[in-house]
Ligand binder design. Structure first.
Ligand code: NAD
Length: 299
């Protein structure tokens, strides 16, 4: 099976460097027409540059087709314009990789509310903006592939990244509802949690690890997750050529009644409540209520 994107139009946000650039280059190499979105700011989201244009030039030099877009994902109207422009030029949009991101790391004690809001705005609301701008087109076409970019920080936590972690787990949450709402129109929605040596991580990785975690090694997962054959509602970890699946799970739980239906009862039964034997991965929020219903029937 060869994965190709001929006749597909793909938008990659934050594709002026790092992971997004690699996604854009490989999508184009495999036949996609690519909108390279990036406002070209620094790691904290300050300033602007022609980063997107440079990637477009690279794609064109390699014989591919691409268009630069310098809009910020935080501007919904500009995302709508970006989609309209791609449709005008190429007749549709089929793939959206929400990849744009910034960092404003500090312990929560020292973090200004404005820096919390800024990071959530770029990652979470920015991805919602770009997705919303594509959504109606995906529904009309009965085809859409969306990839959200989470992070191990969102899934598991990381010291000094409360704003980033909140936004990133929010993206996994967005995936979990959009996959349900998009299913009948063949819209598949997944989340990637990459680990890569980019400017975002340059001061975290020692030089050797930086090379081992080349962003190119994340590309296979990202492209599979936006391909025709893509699964849906998956959270996939990818770094240095290792690929993983991550799940939000639910334990079987414990029904408490009588004296046990109290904070003290929860404390007494904590080991059973948190026992992972028979743990499930619900397909939707209804899974939790169904499990509760089953417990009540078995009472
Ligand atoms: P990067 O800084 O090289 O790439 C992020 C890109 O987003 C930049 O080119 C930046 O200009 C662009 N951008 C920022 N704000 C934007 C905005 N408002 N509108 C449009 N573009 C904007 O870093 P990267 O490591 O390639 O990160 C790509 C994505 O992967 C990010 O969402 C990041 O949070 C995520 N991620 C990266 C790692 C890692 O190990 N590198 C780990 C987990 C998650």
């Amino acid at each position: 099976m060869s994965i190709r994107f001929d006749d597909k139009v793909a938008i990659v946000t934050g594709a002026g460097g790092g992971l997004g650039r690699q996604y854009a280059l490989e999508l184009a190499r495999r036949g996609a027409k690519v909108v390279v979105n990036d406002l070209g700011g620094d790691r904290t989201g300050q300033g602007a540059s022609d980063a997107a244009l440079k990637v477009v030039e690279e794609i064109e030099a390699a014989g591919g087709q691409a268009m630069a877009n310098g809009a910020s994902v935080t501007e919904y109207d500009q995302m709508v314009e970006m989609v309209a422009r791609a449709k005008e030029e190429w007749g549709g949009v089929h793939v959206l990789i929400n990849n744009a991101g910034v960092l404003r790391d500090k312990t929560f004690a020292k973090m200004e509310p404005a820096d919390f809001a800024f990071v959530v705005n770029v990652h979470l609301l920015g991805s919602a903006n770009a997705t919303k701008a594509c959504w109606e087109t995906f529904r009309e076409q009965n085809y859409g592939r969306i990839l959200m970019t989470a992070s191990s920080t969102g899934l598991f936590g990381n010291f000094g990244q409360a704003n980033y972690g909140a936004a990133k787990l929010g993206l996994a949450g967005l995936t979990k509802t959009l996959y349900l709402e998009g299913a009948k129109n063949n819209i598949k929605v997944n989340t990637i949690a990459p680990v890569a040596g980019t400017r975002m991580t340059e001061d975290l990785f020692p030089e050797q690890a930086f090379q081992a975690f080349a962003p190119e090694k994340v590309v296979p997962a990202a492209l599979f997750l936006v391909s025709e054959e893509a699964p849906t509602n998956q959270i996939v970890g990818a770094g240095a050529g290792v690929f993983q699946a991550s799940y939000v799970t639910l334990t079987q739980g414990k029904l408490l009644t009588g004296d046990d239906l109290s904070p003290e009862g929860v404390a007494r039964h904590w080991a059973e409540i948190t026992d992972r034997t028979g743990e499930i991965v619900p397909d939707s929020g209804a899974g939790q209520s169904m499990l509760i219903g089953a417990k009540l029937q078995g009472q």
